[in-house]
Structure formats: C-alpha cells, structure tokens
Design a protein around this ligand. Sequence first.
Ligand code: PNS
Length: 161
Amino acid sequence: MSTLAVYPGSFDPLTNGHVDIILRGARLFDRIIVAILVNAEKSPLFSMAERVEIARAVFTHLPNVEVDTFEGLLVDYVERRSAQVIVRGLRAVSDFEFEFQMALMNRRLNGKIETVFMMPAEQYSYISSRLIKEVFSLGGRVHGLVPDMVEERLRAKVGKP
Ligand code: PNS
C-alpha cells in the first residue's frame, strides 16, 4: 500500500521552512499533498490563487508533491483524499502545545489518521510566515528564508527591499 500524506497550512507565504518539511515528506512518503486552507476569517497577504501558483512552481520538479486547497475540517479532507497521514512541522517547544492539541483533536475526530511531526533544518527553526511578512514590510531582508519567487512577489506587493 502506498502512503499518502497531507501537509496542511495557510502558507501565506510559503517559507523555506515549509519547503524543507515538504522535501523531507516527499522522501518519506509515496506522495505528499500540500493542502492550503481556504480561510475567509484571516485577511491574507497572498490570494489563494497566488499561494497555489507559488507552491506549484516551487515543487514543479517533484512529481510526488501535489498542491491543493481545502475548506472545512482537515480530517474530512484527508479522508476524502484517502490519505493516511497529516504532516506538521515542529520548530520549537513553543509550537508543541498547539500542535499537540490539534493532533489529539484530529485523532478524536478520525482515529484512522496519524499525525507525524517533522523538524525543519535548524537554520529555519525561527522562521514563520507572520515574521517574514512583518520583517519585509518594515524593510528587512528575507533573502534565503523564502523561495526566490516569494521574495519577488513580496517586492511587487509591498515594495522595498
Ligand atoms: O499554517 P497554519 O495556520 O498553522 O495551519 C493551521 C491548519 C490549517 C492546519 C489548521 O487551522 C486546520 O487544520 N484548519 C482546518 C479546520 C480544522 O480541521 N480545525 C480543527 C483542527 S483540530
């Protein structure tokens, strides 16, 4: 049986921390779906179409990485796609509490789905999409922390560095 994993998130924007986790997942599982949450509550910097376009462009060379969007409960999406695993990245102890809650809630909602935590390379352990947006909008450099395409899009959107 082949193992299909789902890596869910907002990816607003995709960072090199996300890329690192996806590359690890693509080595570990037969296929990994990068599932971007359609979330009307947040006001994202990047539109859904842009986030999908960026992720597809970054992983175009990897045939076992798929980019998709989802709405509603994550476990329902995972079941619908006949996947067995949810992948989440753990950067620091501070991530653990929320991730632990989500993993156990998801297990309660659907006991057949397993959550697997993966650690990004240490040089990405402090990066978050929120910090990238904040630093860039205040004129700081984010080179090397996000894919080049994200940096270009940030420049086009926010202007500056
Ligand atoms: O990138 P993020 O914001 O950390 O991703 C959070 C995400 C998308 C994994 C989480 O918000 C989610 O799964 N949302 C879908 C709704 C859902 O299933 N909520 C219950 C989770 S226990």
